[in-house]
Structure formats: C-alpha cells, structure tokens
Design a protein around this ligand. Sequence first.
Ligand code: NAI
Length: 273
Amino acid sequence: MYNLLKGKRGIITGALDQNSIAWKVAEKAHEEGAEFVLTNAPIAMRMGEINALAEKTGSKIIPADATSIEDLTNLYTQSQEILGGKIDFVLHSIGMSVNIRKKIPYTESNYDYFMKGIDVSALSFHKMLAVAKKLDAISEGGSVVALTYMAAQRTYPFYTDMADIKAMLESIARSFGYHYGLEKKVRINTVSQSPTKTTAGTGVKGFGDFFDFADSVAPLGNADAESCADYCITLFSDLTRMVTMQNLFHDGGYSSTGVSDDVMKRLGIEPES
Ligand code: NAI
C-alpha cells in the first residue's frame, strides 16, 4: 500500500456485488487510506450485499437513484456531513440498457428504453457533476472518474444502444471537464475498461465469446476488475493532478492491436516466415 488517498474523502457508486468494478475500487480506496460513502440505486440495496462492503471498509451507505437530482443533492449533502468536508473523488460506475436486457437488436431499438438507458448511464454523470458544482461539494483539484467501453469509438454489434450512450458519457467528461477544470481545477476522466465478468458485463449477449476474443487480441490479456480499480486509484490520487478531459484505455493493449498471432492461429492462418 502506498497511502495514495490518505486524508481523501470520496463517493463510490455502483458496488452491486463482489464482482462489481466499484466493489474493487472501494476495497482499494480503503487500503490506500481514503474515507468514502457508498451509494447505489435504492432497488439495488435490497439485495443487501453492499452492507458487507460497508462493514469491511468502515463506510456509510446512502441510497440514491443517479437519475434523481433530489437524491443526488441529498447524497452530496449527507456525504459531506458524514465525511466532514468537501469530496475529493467520485466514481461513476453505473450502466444499464433495457434494450440489451431485453435482447432487442440495435436497428430495432425501443426508444423509451433507449431514453432510459441514456438517463441512467450517461445523463446521470452530467447530473452528478452539475449537482456537485451547484453545491460546491468537490474540493479544488478533486477527481471524478466514470467507466466506459470502447464501443464508443468502434462498433461492437452486441453492445447496441450502449455504444451511443457511452459516446455521450465520454463527451460529458470532456465538456464538463472544461468548465469544472477552469472554475475549480476539478478533473474529469473516463476509463475505458476491458470486458469484465460482472452483472452488467455478462448481461450483454455473446459476452463470453467476446471476452475470450478480446483476451486473445490484447498482448497483456484482458484487464480485470482489480487492475481497473488500481488504475482508478491513481486517477483519484494527486500523482495524476494534471490529467483531465481524457478517455483513458485500460485494456491490456487491445485498442491499439490490429490483429494478434493468437487470433491468426485460431483462423488457421500461419504467419509467413
Ligand atoms: P455492475 O452491474 O456490477 O454495476 C452496475 C451498477 O449500476 C450496479 O451497481 C447498479 O445497481 C448501478 N445502477 C443501475 N441503475 C442505477 C441508477 N438508476 N442509479 C444508481 N445506480 C444504478 O457492473 P460493472 O461491470 O461493474 O459496471 C460498472 C460500470 O463499468 C458501468 O458503467 C459499465 O458500463 C462499465 N463497464 C463495464 C464493463 C464490463 O465488461 N463489465 C466494460 C467496460 C465498462
């Protein structure tokens, strides 16, 4: 441990169960000396698993639907009271597409579901930032990270409407990052993560096959949730204090690889000597 977050106060969204990326971020943030509040949608709380994480990390839980300005206002207000000051870091780890859940093909997307996906998975990020800015709840130099996927840049047919939604999420990081950076030096970045075996990840049709494909393309293999958490911790720390408005790939080299020897072999193509 490096005490990278010693004395820092945070808010961590999205820890549903032990597989959640946010769960690992909470464990690592605790190890690195941070104090934080855990939050999730009230409906996710009913599963109750988050209580174990709260106990382990000495954290309080504040339920909040990330699409509700009222809930978010309460979240920041209460978090500052509980933690005793402004917030230094925020993790947005929220994603949900009804079109994906219902296995609806992209070209036949249901627009009510599409709007719901946008609200939960992208606009919620804008709302979290706007409420924080209005309340002046994030300290100068604070760091906000949201999780995204490379389907925002390249087409992955199975990712359907979430591809467009993630593109919006990444754009919000840039746009809000400018304004919040100028005013309060608050940093806003997205981490573009490898396919990861979580509830949200495995809900995507064909995820298992694609997980293996991505693993065989990336020279380092797929990045797991734990290494993603490590990366997020560096972004919350002061060591990355000049990094903002970036979409940062955390994918074992996948996004820069055209084709790998392994994939060629699987296709039965022998490299020429
Ligand atoms: P997860 O299913 O463990 O986490 C998703 C979380 O979103 C859950 O805790 C859920 O309760 C929360 N959520 C849904 N609706 C909400 C609402 N209205 N208000 C507040 N919270 C709400 O899955 P995972 O994979 O840890 O997802 C975290 C983030 O990582 C998501 O943004 C996802 O798109 C992203 N990501 C995941 C990848 C994967 O392959 N698992 C790859 C790249 C990015």
